[in-house]
Design a protein around this ligand. Sequence first.
Ligand SMILES: Cc1cc2nc3c(=O)[nH]c(=O)nc-3n(C[C@H](O)[C@H](O)[C@H](O)COP(=O)(O)OP(=O)(O)OC[C@H]3O[C@@H](n4cnc5c(N)ncnc54)[C@H](O)[C@@H]3O)c2cc1C
Ligand code: FES
Length: 346
Amino acid sequence: MTDAQAHKVRFEPVGIEMEIEEGETVLNAAFRQGISLMHGCKEGQCGSCKSKLVDGDIELLKYSTFALPDYESETGHVLLCRTHVYSDVSFELLNYDEDLLSRSIAVKAFPACVTAISALTQDIRLLEIEIERPIKFWAGQYVDLTAGDGGITRAFSMANAPSEGTRLRFIIKKYPNGAFSSQLDGGLKVGDSLSVKGPYGTCFRREERPGPMLLIGGGSGMSPLWSILADHIESREQRPVRFFYGARTRADLFYLDELAAIAAKLSDFKFVPALSHATAEDNWEGEVGFVHEVVSRHLCEEKLAGPIDAYACGPTPMIDAVLPILQVNGVEPEHIYFDKFTPAVR
Ligand SMILES: Cc1cc2nc3c(=O)[nH]c(=O)nc-3n(C[C@H](O)[C@H](O)[C@H](O)COP(=O)(O)OP(=O)(O)OC[C@H]3O[C@@H](n4cnc5c(N)ncnc54)[C@H](O)[C@@H]3O)c2cc1C
Ligand code: FES
């Protein structure tokens, strides 16, 4: 780092300071130095890293106005994942979490290779990889995987508990012509190399909490929730767990036997699958509708006692629908953790 290119960044109200090089974003400089700020997509799509510029000279890279509407950029709001700085600067963090800051893990790159790819449903795949040295992460976090000659990089949440050392698993939904996901049906093969960078993400399991835990997901949103659930089981903590999972039809459900085994093992666990497009052939007697509707019904009926922690992962519309339901039902906003699986910027 040369003096000419390096600046100082200060974050209020927490009083944390760090260095930044010209040409890197504030968020990446923080990751490099093991400072975990609030973030989601890292690509200017989700708004999780929104902060306020207090003073200094900055430039914003391209971002979505869903993440930062014009009226906010005009009042000094910025997205730290899209901010380059050209002088010493200070920002006011609008969202920060002492727990997150105290559990920061520096982001690193790890060489890896594919060990297995299997089908969980017609459009969901399980990717298993082996990395050369163990990666430290919290259950629920994600990494950037880079694969293929074109070097396509996408964010994927680990599905395994952090205790598994050098073996990582990912539950991945295939999109038609998906640059990364369509490689899971032939393009990527066992033995192929991948690169892993991480860990990232703020939707990780908070430990030793007294009240119930809600897990809410749809599609490949199962991946981080499965990691959180596995880690919870390993911890032997006792708390009520309600797992709501949205799928279109019965054929889109998976891990049902594993979930039944977990239900037999945990003292207060319920898995509630909800089908949004059940067909007559499904002979489905379970919950129907979108997962947020089912969560709403259950929270109204069951009246869980104690402070609830909720973890929600999956497509953006699902998360946007779930968040107000949780708040209406008394879940404190600072106890709601979520990852929006926003599409990558291409
Ligand atoms: C924090 C985070 C964690 C994530 N974790 C996971 C995970 O554990 N498992 C997983 O499967 N995915 C996850 N994703 C999404 C993943 O990073 C990719 O966006 C997704 O796999 C599509 O990449 P692709 O290259 O296959 O498709 P692309 O080539 O990027 O897109 C192909 C087509 O599919 C559409 N599309 C792509 N992504 C989406 C989407 N999310 N919603 C709607 N349409 C879309 C695009 O608009 C495009 O038309 C996560 C994303 C984020 C931000
Ligand atoms: S907008 Fe910055 S992390 Fe998503």
